[in-house]
Design a protein around this ligand. Structure first.
Ligand code: IPE
Ligand code: IPE
Ligand code: MG
Length: 225
């Protein structure tokens, strides 16, 4: 068993990459998909069971409509084209976030791809879509209140979108920015965080492997000595 069960990634820098290369932010989003494939392959090789990818935040609605539509289309096409491969490679996908607010076509695809891949066990990819950690926590507290159960760590865990998923050991943010942007704030209380200078489309297999190796040498104290 790998000592790393869960890697979470803030895939940042697509827009800047696209602007730099062909003056098109959307080109960067498309290029970012290749990095997604590379990282999934590496996680499978390393026997990492969960990979969470920050794909669209609750704050990303502030972007131009054209860019938002492009992102949703990109994801829709990926799901249409790749679901067969996901099944073949025993990869399951789960979407975490406020999914009700998404366009209907995307919602339908999400449901079918989750259903079709549910039994797969090699790796689970959590796609954080219209995800925001503060909103997630508010929802959790509301459901705890409704169920009339105690507010404690266990019950909060059980009422988050990430219910049943172990907290990430590693969180990576590419794009040369050092902030969490409302991602997994509760779940990353003791996560090792790696900030990468490279933009997401330039992030390579070698860069990812370097982080996994670095992690293996970290002494994790969890408050102890
Ligand atoms: C991250 O890349 C991808 C999404 C938010 C969907 P950005 O689009 O934020 O890229 P930069 O940070 O503007 O370069
Ligand atoms: C975080 O990146 C969201 C995703 C990667 C999906 P942003 O580019 O939206 O973050 P900020 O706005 O720079 O903090
Ligand atoms: Mg960004």
């Amino acid at each position: 068993m790998s000592p790393i069960k869960h890697v979470a990634i803030i895939m940042d820098g697509n827009g800047r990459w696209g602007l730099k290369h062909k003056n098109s932010r959307n080109l960067g989003h498309r290029a970012g998909l290749n990095t997604v494939e590379t990282v999934i392959d590496e996680c499978i090789k390393e026997k990492i069971k969960y990979l969470t990818l920050y794909t669209f935040s609750t704050e990303n609605w502030k972007r131009p409509k054209k860019e938002i539509n492009f992102l949703f289309n990109l994801l829709e096409n990926f799901l249409i084209k790749r679901v067969k491969d996901l099944i073949k490679n025993k990869i399951s996908v789960k979407f975490i976030g406020e999914l009700s607010k998404l366009p209907i076509t995307l919602k339908t695809l999400i449901k079918t791809s989750e259903k079709k891949t549910l039994q797969n066990s090699i790796i689970q990819i959590n796609v954080a879509l219209n995800y925001g950690s503060k909103g997630e926590l508010i929802n959790a507290l509301r459901s705890i209140n409704k169920k009339k159960i105690k507010i404690n760590e266990q019950n909060i865990d059980k009422n988050l979108f990430t219910k049943g998923i172990p907290d990430p050991e590693i969180l990576i943010r590419t794009g040369n920015t050092q902030r969490l942007s409302n991602f997994l704030l509760w779940q990353s209380a003791y996560t090792e965080i790696f900030f990468e200078k490279k933009l997401w489309p330039d992030f390579s297999k070698k860069d990812f492997k370097k982080i996994l190796t670095k992690f293996k040498y970290i002494k994790r104290n969890f408050g102890s000595i």
